[in-house]
Design a protein around this ligand. Structure first.
Ligand code: URA
Length: 443
């Protein structure tokens, strides 16, 4: 099957056969398709689109380019009998994985969570975990299985043999302005998630300046593709559109986010972070069949208030070589020792605290990376002292910038000049969860 014929077929708007999609993915994986032919097909897909069947098959083919994990020998001992995960399209201050994974595991679920590094202004779970002394995310398959049997949850990195086709495709999409295709985004995300051997999935599709999609309509469309493909792949899936125009919780960075996640597991977290984490964890239980519609949230709340979620987090730390003393002593994590407050320019109510601006400022400080080889400083970041809706007086601190390097601080401050708006009247409270997308709503 010639690459040229497959490119021509999609260029002319034809639906690709399974054989053609498999030939494409094989050519991407073994290198027999040169960059220019892969890129040409990617552009044809962007312009001509794909059917749900094509995108589902592309996802399967990409999964088949690497290993697929299988928990069938152990999952029967866990609640619901299938492994379950949550995936977020990425946000600013989004540390829910660190909270909901132990909460769901504390309720008996099996959670083999594989995460990626952050890129751009959205943080990555792996980078946050790297702030914990000793914590290993590079477990071998055998170590992963041992840890899962012991605790029901692992928090690890995607290994090189997870959907290797996606790595080459993503790099080429990035360089050829073809990232934005919904079937390509969905197959990229799901090829890495379905590989975890899960039978259930909850998707958090962020909407707003700090997310991957700025507009609700676009996020809804993406959520429909994700739910459609995952469901056709045998993974029971539900997606939530959640607001990401202001940071989630009160911290943006790495060590400070881990600290806040631990505080939330102690019942001392901010309301927005706690409620979203509890909701998503409860939906994980429902999707996995580990709890009913009516008692899932109660089970998760019990795990939170009883301290079982926190204990599970400690067990996960120990199983993966991390120092569980960070739970009582966050100073064991690196923390930069300079700070600069951003004051309210006038008295009133904080009516805007822009997630995109805060996320970009955090990257400039060194809390994120703007290219794949960027080095993260886990001890820098931004704390939100006056979240949206807070009444402030002129000069009150709204943000705390935690930094090591004055030049980076100044660059971050420049990013923050338009991040905060103050209004005379209190802004109307807005819901955090905007919509739920279920399996019947196909793209
Ligand atoms: N995240 C991914 O993993 N892939 C995409 O294409 C976009 C976001």
């Amino acid at each position: 099957m010639r690459a040229l014929d497959i490119i021509r077929a999609k260029r002319d708007g034809r639906v690709l056969t399974r054989g053609e999609i498999d030939a494409f993915v094989a050519g991407v994986t073994d290198g027999s398709w040169p960059d220019y032919q892969v890129s040409a097909l990617l552009m044809a897909i962007l312009l001509r689109g794909m059917t749900l069947d094509e995108a589902t098959h592309l996802t399967h083919s990409m999964i088949g380019s690497g290993v697929r994990l299988d928990w069938s020998d152990i999952q029967g001992s866990f609640a619901g009998g299938v492994a379950v995960d949550k995936h977020s399209t990425g946000g600013v201050g989004d540390k829910t994985s660190l909270i909901l994974a132990p909460l769901a595991a504390a309720c008996g679920a099996l959670v083999p969570m594989m995460s990626g590094r952050g890129l751009g202004h959205t943080g990555g779970t792996l980078d946050k975990l790297a702030a914990i002394p000793g914590f290993r995310t590079d477990l071998s398959l055998a170590e992963m299985r041992t840890a899962l049997v012991a605790t029901g949850c692992v928090l690890i990195r995607q290994t090189a043999d997870v959907a290797p086709a996606d790595r080459r495709l993503y790099a080429l999409r990035d360089a050829t302005a073809t990232v934005e295709s919904l079937p390509l985004i969905s197959s990229s995300i799901l090829s890495k998630k379905v590989t975890e051997g899960i039978g259930a999935l909850v998707m958090d599709v962020k909407v707003g300046s700090g997310g991957f999609m700025a507009r609700v309509d676009d996020a809804r469309e993406l959520a429909r593709w994700l739910v459609g493909i995952a469901t056709r792949s045998g993974v029971r899936t539900e997606a939530f559109l959640t607001r990401m125009d202001t940071p989630l919780g009160r911290t943006v960075g790495n060590a400070n986010e881990v600290h806040e996640a631990i505080a939330t597991l102690k019942g001392q977290g901010p309301a927005d972070l706690e409620s979203l984490s509890v909701h998503l964890a409860a939906r994980m239980l429902v999707m996995a069949g580990a709890a009913g519609e009516h008692d899932a949230e109660e089970q998760i709340r019990n795990a939170l208030t009883s301290g079982r979620g926190l204990q599970k987090f400690a067990d996960i730390l120990s199983a993966q070589g991390g120092d569980p003393r960070v739970i009582d002593d966050p100073s064991l994590m690196p923390m930069a020792d300079h700070e600069r407050m951003i004051p309210a320019p006038r008295s009133g109510f904080v009516s805007k605290l822009d997630a995109g601006a805060v996320g970009h400022a955090a990257v400039v400080l060194g809390a994120g990376r703007d290219h794949v080889d960027g080095i993260i400083d886990p001890g820098v970041g931004i704390d939100v002292l006056a979240p949206e809706g807070t009444e402030v007086r002129e000069g009150d601190a709204v943000l705390r910038v935690i930094y090591r390097d004055a030049a980076r601080r100044d660059a971050a401050l420049a990013r923050l000049t338009t991040a905060v708006d103050i209004s005379d009247a209190a802004p109307a409270p807005r819901p955090l969860i905007l919509e739920t997308i279920r399996a019947q709503e196909q793209p």
